[in-house]
Design a protein around this ligand. Structure first.
Ligand code: GLN
Length: 305
């Protein structure tokens, strides 16, 4: 496996030159575009990796499936579905997902920013500090790393350049689709996007989802299997934003990307995969990362289709 990862990594490295590092959050623009790392955790508990896989980066949109899981654990399926829908938007991650006439909870997708902002308001807890702490604890368990924390510089950068997300949140509020204090909910969203991980943590999150809610090796259950099916289905249909259809054809597994250049892929019953390469395509997905996953999928027959 390691040899295969090394070979694919060298084949895919040049693709990074075709992409661009995100700069709309200034702190993210400091990433080195030639970085490329991959980490795989198999259902047998075997770890394999290649490249810059211990380089830290922020979760960004990969926090969305974690937010969805937290929202489902706290509110149940019906509780979540009354606030956030299930259908792909086919639009960019920061788009206003619906026209004014049809802005209702059924049109809010959990894998784009509007849905993620709503899900921040669904986390249970007596105070904002407690609600964020619960999300962080769930992230640590999923990542298999009790040290996971927030990158404060990215958090400050997100917060001071978050006009679009503020606009989305206030629009939701004006339609009665967002409970609670808007600035507090936004703060939770900015902090959540700024949680720092590496390829190993992403592979671990993917491995738990691929193992339907159980930790690899120990098989300890951390959430019900029905919720893994829910999250994986949503990842399959909209985890790669408006590139999800093409990704389903080229790679064929549930996955989530983030604008830091990270991708977390779930191969049901087989493995979790974490990739980092910050140069992005026009839709905000890691360009070398998708190439790498496409090749890995072909070599190991990973597509579920
Ligand atoms: N923090 C980013 C934003 O809100 C997350 C988006 C992403 O990763 N696509 O714009």
């Amino acid at each position: 496996m390691e040899e295969l990862l090394e070979r694919l990594l060298e084949e895919c490295r040049p693709y990074a030159q075709q992409g661009r590092v995100a700069d709309y959050i200034p702190e993210l623009s400091k990433a080195r575009p030639d970085t490329l790392g991959v980490y795989v955790i198999g259902s047998d508990g075997k770890h394999s990796w290649a490249g810059d896989c211990r380089q830290p980066f922020t979760l960004q949109s990969i926090v969305k499936p974690i937010l969805l899981l937290q929202a489902l654990l706290d509110n149940g399926v019906e509780g979540v579905q009354s606030r956030v829908g299930m259908e792909a938007t086919g639009k960019p991650f920061d788009a206003i997902n619906a026209s004014d006439q049809s802005l209702d909870s059924g049109h809010i997708n959990p894998m784009v920013n509007m849905g993620a902002i709503v899900m921040c308001s669904l986390i249970h807890g007596d105070s904002y500090a407690e609600r964020f702490q619960r999300l962080l604890e769930l992230t640590r368990r999923l990542a298999g790393d009790g040290e996971v924390g927030v990158d404060e510089a990215v958090y400050r950068s997100e917060k001071s350049h978050g006009s679009k997300n503020r606009a989305l949140a206030y629009l939701l509020k004006s339609y009665g689709l967002l409970e609670g204090d808007v600035e507090e909910v936004l703060d939770c969203y900015f902090r959540a996007c700024s949680i720092q991980v590496d390829c190993r943590s992403l592979a671990h999150i993917g491995a738990v989802l691929s193992n339907r809610g159980r930790l690899p090796v120990s098989n300890q259950r951390i959430f019900p299997s029905g919720l893994a099916r829910y999250v994986n289905a949503i990842l399959m249909t909209c985890g790669m934003y408006d590139g999800s259809g093409e990704f389903a054809i080229r790679v064929g597994v549930p996955a989530k990307s983030g604008v830091s250049g990270d991708i977390m892929a779930v191969v049901p019953t087989r493995m979790g995969i974490g990739i980092y390469s910050p140069a992005l395509d026009g839709k905000g997905n890691s360009i070398a990362g998708i190439q790498l996953l496409e090749r890995l999928s072909k070599e190991l027959f990973l597509s579920i289709f």
